[in-house]
Design a protein around this ligand. Sequence first.
Ligand code: GLN
Length: 311
Amino acid sequence: PTPSLETPLLRFLKETHARFGPLDEGEVASYIPELGKADPDHFGIAVATTDGHVYETGDTGVPFTIQSISKAIVYALALDTLGAEHVEATIGVEPSGEAFNSIRLRADNKPFNAMVNAGAIACCGLISEATGEAAFEMIRAALGAFAGRTLDVDDAVFQSERATGDRNRAIAYLLRTYGGVRGDVDLILDTYFRQCSILVTARDLAVMGATFANHGVNPVTGQVVASNYAVARTLAVMSSSGMYDFAGEWIYRVGLPAKSGVGGGIVAALPSQLGLGIFSPRLDAHGNSVRGIRTCAAMSESFDLHMLSRR
Ligand code: GLN
């Protein structure tokens, strides 16, 4: 590419990539053994605008598992396909203030919200209850529609999480004692583990973010993939709970609805403007990508993206 043709945004992305590239704090997730094999140096930054332009730098074509970022899209899918009332009766919208894998439920035994494991498993349970074996393909199609392409599953990560996922198994069985999930727990967990093992790139995350920012219309494909209601409510829960027990700090500093995953991805959205997708597998103690957080904070500051500071 000719440097003179670079937009200020692309130039900024490259500078930010160079600036945070040397940062080697944090550890690749290894509680799912297969995730421990990730190359810690991978680093990709992508921005997609609501008019369908994508700007990217670094390892934006490298596939990694979406993990918890899937929770946001599956929640939007559940709101749209099962009805908001039904979903909202089963899963709360309060921040938990706890780690993503906390087994604690609210005092009324509902999961706190759909961005932590308990709520995401309950959400998966609702979709499984309504659609049976078809649940996973429906979820895969929804994630693909947000990304604008067909997405594959990393079977090794799926098998690895299934083999070591006792904590999520415990959460699912606890939920079942209160009716928070009903039916076949193994099927629900398989669907959840598979959903987390879907492969995406940083570019995909940027387009997913832009689809959220564009009120449910994928700006690259033009497809309507979610309703404005589902998108707005999902972004609301992402704002309060998308970054786990760092969510308050995040919304204060960065000011964007966002969701992270232990694969090292972060998706963020500025409504009516853009989506951000970052991939860098070294995580901090909350399970959030270290370089991802720094990159989003730098972008928010430089381009005045904080949603509550926009004029
Ligand atoms: N599959 C992971 C789990 O359930 C997702 C967690 C995450 O990305 N925070 O533990």
